[in-house]
Design a binder for this molecule. Structure first.
Ligand SMILES: Cc1cc2nc3c(=O)[nH]c(=O)nc-3n(C[C@H](O)[C@H](O)[C@H](O)COP(=O)(O)O)c2cc1C
Length: 410
């Protein structure tokens, strides 16, 4: 973890939002210095062929990304990719800029390794983000764009907000996310109810098909859900996803739950993230994987602090994972630490691709393995229903095992 444990107490003395802005200013300043990116990559990147994943026609160098909300306005995409993340999800962005809720609105629950936030989609708006993302980048990697509605847009016009933001950002996004799960925009989570969700996702995926035909590029559309959905609520979400053209699900956003916290700041209003979210996220990912029958990829997010956490989510059904609070608590070496650890865990389990680990804990439950069902490396796990190739993340079966090839650093 390098120097972070030494620097962290200094940042943690500052108010959390101020510390976040300070880091942004420092990194933005440093990133214009000659040699910044090669040095950053040298320090933080970890590459290994077993970590590579192909989903929705996109190549992810590894399964670890930055979750939405960390870089809402796409200011640090390049430096974040340079830290060894395969993707950065920017946003949530709304059509018009908005200031978010009054400060203070971000709280560090240190003894719980958690955060509570009630930011309220503070962002510079879709057009500003689109212009920033259209600039050339120095690092390879993917950028997801997480879309939301403005606070003052009535709920029954929410669809128009998502459409405006989607049009503004379609050309600069590798994937789009429909965020209906933030607890900090009044009423937003009501859009997860079955009839509303069906209407919204039919509207948005329909428009995406049109844009796809016009632009000649189909941008995957994912749905980000709340960890507070009941089992029935998750069933509804899965039914909408399976019946429509939603390409993936991100599970999950922050929770309104407060179980097991010891910090006095637990009383603050807002969404809780970080370590206390781990069990809930794992349960939600596992349930969604079963409901989606392994056919629709899931991105697992919530409480990932190390490689073990990431691996548990992957085995429960996540094809990719994302981090936010982990970055705050574990620092800039987190992607490298997780990716290195994942490589070792895959090797220990005799797997030669991370895609083979996806949903592994369900195999016996979904369908007992048959002796003749042995598949070559990198193909769909036993018990999974066939998925279209762009969703499977499959690579040809010529991959080396985690053991066979030494990791390359760049
Ligand atoms: C300060 C803060 C702001 C966030 N803003 C957003 C956001 O704008 N959109 C979104 O979809 N999720 C947002 N999230 C949720 C994260 O993307 C993630 O789902 C959640 O924090 C759980 O992951 P973690 O435990 O790794 O932090 C935010 C989280 C935090 C802590």
């Amino acid at each position: 973890m390098g120097l972070y444990p030494l620097i962290r107490p200094l940042f943690f003395r500052l108010n959390p939002e101020r510390a976040h802005r300070l880091v942004f200013r420092l990194v933005r300043g440093a990133s214009v210095l000659p040699g910044f990116y090669p040095v950053e990559r040298g320090l933080f990147q970890y590459r290994h062929p077993v970590l590579e994943t192909r989903l929705w026609g996109l190549d992810f160098a590894n399964p670890v990304g930055v979750a939405a909300g960390f870089d809402k306005d796409g200011e640090l995409v390049d430096p974040l990719l340079g830290l060894g993340f395969s993707m950065v999800e920017v946003g949530t962005v709304t059509p018009r800029p908005q200031p978010g809720n009054p400060k203070p609105r971000l709280f560090r629950l240190e003894q719980d390794q958690a955060l509570i936030n009630r930011m309220g989609f503070n962002n510079q708006g879709a057009y500003s983000l689109a212009s920033r993302l259209s600039r050339p980048r120095r690092n390879p990697g993917l950028v997801g764009v997480n879309l939301g509605k403005n606070k003052d847009t009535p709920l029954d016009s929410a669809g128009e907000d998502y459409l405006i933001a989607m049009h503004a950002l379609y050309d600069v996004a590798d994937y789009l996310v429909v965020n209906v799960s933030s607890p900090n925009t009044p009423g937003l989570r009501l859009l997860q109810g079955k009839p509303s969700l069906e209407t919204l996702m039919t509207l948005l995926t329909g428009e995406r098909e049109k844009l796809s035909a016009i632009r000649g590029r189909r941008v995957p559309m994912l749905l980000k859900v709340s960890p507070d959905l009941t089992p029935e609520g998750l069933e509804d979400v899965a039914a909408v996803v399976l019946a429509g053209r939603v390409d993936g699900v991100i599970a999950a956003n922050t929770t309104l739950g407060r179980e097991g916290l010891t910090s006095p700041l637990a009383v603050e209003t807002g969404g809780l993230s970080g370590k206390p979210l781990q069990d809930t996220t794992l349960r939600v990912v596992a349930q969604l994987y079963r409901l989606l029958e392994g056919r629709t990829p899931i991105i697992g997010v919530g409480g990932v602090m190390d490689a073990g956490d990431a691996y548990r989510l992957i085995r429960a059904g996540a094809s990719l994972v994302q981090v936010y609070s982990g970055l705050v608590y574990r620092g800039p070496g987190l992607a490298k630490q997780i990716n290195r650890g994942l490589t070792a865990l895959l090797e220990k389990d005799g797997l030669n691709s991370v895609t083979q680990a996806v949903g592994l804990d369900h195999q016996k439950v979904l369908s007992p393995p048959k002796p003749s069902a042995k598949k070559p490396a990198g193909t769909q796990p036993k018990g999974e229903r066939p998925r279209p190739p762009e969703q499977t993340g499959e690579k040809p079966a010529k991959k080396p095992t985690a053991k066979a090839k030494k990791p390359g650093k760049s």
